[in-house]
Design a binder for this molecule. Structure first.
Ligand code: MN
Ligand code: MN
Length: 464
């Protein structure tokens, strides 16, 4: 009998729940790490705020803005802020960049509601902002929840000013109203994705009219008057603004055992923070360690701040030039973890998962050989060698991991920045935290999986 069990132990792959393997030291480190992550999440409600907070944390740890042409030596810590919407950081390794870099790529944009260029209107004594959603949202989830507004407005004279309202105690919040059930009979019959049309995602912003009854647009004017007093704002200023509407409030521990964190924007700030903490903590990396937090992943990695942008190539090219190394040679020898979240198996919606290939909460960081849709369309599909390299590294360093697919092949699909790294001739694999309620105003992750994603990135920066 004992012999049979030995054989089963040796031959069968039997993933174990992380809590059955977690050491006391790791359990303690996990709580500390997650405390830092929760601060990051509360500071980083938008991609711009994430960059600001990253710069603050990086500067505290000796990172400095990189100027092209500056000489670099092992241990130097540099970063480049890409237009306030993306950031790239590097710790220079002992080996030359011709041996390649170890790269972590995550994104810090999250699904949200952007204000339309002409958002403000009044109707029946109420003032509203019209919105245009950014990324894949389930619109019915965004009604009747507290909302905050963050962003930047560029005035007619070209000066910019920040807007942040709705997060702090005592500040007003915003809301999108929904139909009362008493009158919702017809709405209730509609499919979920049709019940709340995009053009009804209008945010209630006021109802006190401008005092003079003879003035047109009194309710709009009432709101504009307040905006002008506070920010010097005119209606035309909305046109050169990026104002993002996000769920208001802080993240929180969930469960009697506090094993989860619920909050807005885990996708993909949970992996960005894992990279950031890992590049801060990595001890004397042999190869240069690089982090990029890209913007615009949720809308296809487009734009100057997205992963398709040459901003990354410029950063890497300048680091290479400082060592007389060709960028192409560096890329060919580099290794990248595209650190992005994956779907966690949810027993309430068992139908859409292939349980044999799903990521489970508390089983560690989820590795994805490929993402995409249907027959792997749009996936970079990591090679056996790349998967094997990461598997070996994680096993040798006590990092809990699991292999995962997003869901059933016919259920849908999704993508990441991985393929844009592969296009640069960089070996890449997706790996990240399994998430419940992905893309919802509040998503849920397990602390154990967050911590294991950090341990993975630290291992990659130190040893890959
Ligand atoms: Mn993502
Ligand atoms: Mn996403």
């Amino acid at each position: 009998m004992a012999k049979k069990n030995e054989l089963a132990e040796k031959l069968l792959y039997q993933p174990k729940n992380g809590y059955d393997r977690l050491s006391a030291a790791d359990a303690k480190a996990m709580e500390k790490y997650c405390g830092g992550y929760k601060d990051f999440l509360d500071h980083g409600k938008t991609e711009r705020l994430c960059v600001e907070y990253c710069v603050e944390l990086a500067e505290q740890r000796g990172f400095r803005p990189y100027q092209a042409g500056r000489k670099l030596k092992a241990g130097d810590k540099v970063y480049v802020n890409n237009r306030g919407k993306g950031i790239m950081l590097a710790v220079i390794g002992a080996e030359p960049l011709s041996n390649g870099a170890n790269i972590g790529a995550a994104h810090t944009d999250s699904p949200r509601l952007d204000l339309k260029p002409r958002p403000l209107y009044e109707e029946s004594g109420l003032a509203y902002f019209k919105t245009h959603h950014y990324g894949g949202i389930r619109k019915y989830q965004w009604v009747t929840i507290p909302l905050a507004i963050h962003g930047v407005v560029v005035r007619a004279d070209g000066t910019a000013f920040p807007v942040h309202i709705g997060e702090d105690a005592g500040e007003p919040q915003f809301i999108i109203n929904d139909l009362l059930p008493h009158l919702g009979r017809e709405q209730g019959k509609k499919p979920l994705n049709e019940a709340i049309p995009s053009e009804s995602l209008n945010i209630l912003v006021g109802s006190v009219p401008f005092a003079d009854e003879d003035v047109k647009h009194r309710f709009k004017l009432g709101v504009l008057q307040l905006l002008h007093e506070k920010y010097g704002f005119t209606e035309e200023d909305f046109i050169s603004a990026e104002l993002e509407v996000v769920p208001a409030g802080r993240c929180a521990d969930v469960g009697f055992d506090r094993s989860f964190i619920s909050g807005y924007g885990h996708d993909d700030r949970v992996c960005a923070y894992a990279e950031l903490a890992a590049i801060f903590d990595a001890k004397k990396p042999k190869k240069t360690a690089v982090c990029i937090f890209a913007d615009k992943e949720e809308i296809g990695s487009e734009g100057v701040s997205g992963m398709k942008s040459a901003a990354f190539d410029k950063f890497m090219g300048e680091l290479c030039a400082a060592q007389g190394v060709e960028l192409r040679a560096c890329y060919a020898n580099s290794f990248c973890v595209s650190a992005d979240v994956t779907a966690a198996y949810d027993p309430n919606f068992a139908d859409v998962y292939d349980k044999k290939n799903a990521a489970f909460v508390n089983y560690g960081v989820g590795l994805c050989k490929y993402t995409g849709a249907g027959g792997k369309s749009g996936a970079s599909d990591a090679s056996a060698e790349v998967v094997g390299k990461l598997r070996k590294l994680l096993n040798e360093n006590g990092v809990f991991w699991q292999m995962s697919e997003l869901g059933k092949t016919d259920a849908g699909g999704g993508g990441t920045v991985a393929k844009y790294m592969a296009e640069r001739n960089i070996d890449v694999i997706d790996a990240g935290v399994p998430v419940l309620s992905m893309h919802a105003p509040r998503e849920t992750v397990a602390k154990l999986d967050c911590y294991m994603t950090y341990k993975m990135m630290k291992t990659v920066f130190e040893q890959a």
